[in-house]
Design a protein around this ligand. Structure first.
Ligand code: C2E
Ligand code: CA
Ligand code: CA
Ligand code: CA
Length: 279
């Protein structure tokens, strides 16, 4: 029995070591990818439901991997989130996204002067002491007004991290807006919304998938509550005209989804007659 137990420990050891090594390899690969400029942002528009006008963009990261091709965020962000690597990625995203919006604004102030840029920020990054400085740096370098930047965070972030709330206050004092992503999928109740440091609510796309009356009533409730707390509401994952019409009926003013525009690289987005990719 003793030898058996020992064997198990050794097997566990080997498995653990193999996993740690695999993880270290991917981390090194991501770090090298950052250094080699393999990451790129795709931008998806958020449109007004009533007028069909461009309201903002959400920056979504992709990894143009030399062997694996275009790698979606779900295949590397979760791993990066387990270490400080996510802060490095977040810093790169902040700098690139603000630079891109500044370039578009310069190319066509009329169409883009009032447009904002939303960037996804992970829990660990929001908790870090350096985020505020990094946001200031990105705004300073790009010359963008703080009000043109929106940080998208998920609800687990806001509730679980004691420092997150303090950091959100500092960021909002700077003039940056905060958006609560994937709302309805976590633990935040509608009542808790009024205590959160949040300007915009993004209703998770799963709510648009089901057509039953109960779900529609929930969406209506979220929209009404958000407005009562003076928040804007974005419906995510709009794929059909019928869904868009329904959002108009219940007073949801902003929408994002394949029906309105897919995420695209800057070189494919034409602003002021030019493709103003910032490089
Ligand atoms: P998310 O923040 O909820 O972003 C929305 C996701 O839904 C995006 O997937 C987008 O391409 C997709 N989407 C948009 N409209 C539709 C639609 O009409 N139908 C469907 N089926 N999907 C739609 P993507 O780009 O693969 O990103 C997945 C997740 O990865 C994001 O979810 C976000 O949590 C994370 N992510 C993306 N970029 C970043 C980043 O720069 N930093 C961090 N920390 N996370 C990121
Ligand atoms: Ca998001
Ligand atoms: Ca979302
Ligand atoms: Ca998500």
């Amino acid at each position: 029995a003793k030898a058996n137990g020992r064997g198990r420990v050794e097997m566990f050891d080997a498995a653990l070591r193999a996993e740690l090594e695999a993880r270290a390899r991917v981390e090194a690969d991501i770090r090298a990818g950052l250094a080699r400029g393999e990451f790129e942002l795709h931008f998806q528009p958020v449109m007004t439901v009533a007028g069909g006008q461009l309201h903002s963009y959400e920056a979504l990261i992709r990894w143009q991997h030399p062997e694996r091709g275009l790698v979606p965020p779900n295949e590397f962000i979760p791993l990066a989130e387990e270490s400080l690597l996510i802060c490095e990625i977040g810093r790169w995203v902040l700098n690139s996204a603000t630079k891109q919006l500044a370039a578009w604004t310069h190319a066509d102030p009329r169409s883009h002067g009032g447009v904002t840029m939303a960037v996804n920020i992970s829990a660990r990054h929001l908790a870090s002491r350096t985020l505020l400085d990094e946001v200031r740096h990105a705004l300073g370098e790009s010359g963008l007004e703080p009000t043109r930047l929106v940080l998208e965070i998920t609800e687990t972030v806001v509730l679980d991290e004691p420092t997150a709330d303090a950091h959100l206050r500092e960021l909002r004092a700077l003039g940056v807006a905060v958006s609560l992503d994937d709302f309805g999928t976590g633990y935040t109740s509608i009542g808790q919304l009024q205590n959160l440091q949040v300007d915009t609510l993004k209703i998770d796309q799963s709510f648009l998938r089901s057509n039953d009356e109960a779900t529609q009533a929930l969406v209506q409730l979220m929209v009404t509550a958000a407005h009562a707390f003076r928040m804007d509401v974005v419906a995510e994952g709009v794929e059909t005209q019928a869904q868009l019409d329904r959002l108009g009926e219940i007073g949801c003013e902003l929408a994002q989804g394949y029906f309105l525009g897919r995420p695209r690289p800057a070189r494919d987005i034409v602003v002021g007659g030019l493709s103003a990719a910032s490089g």
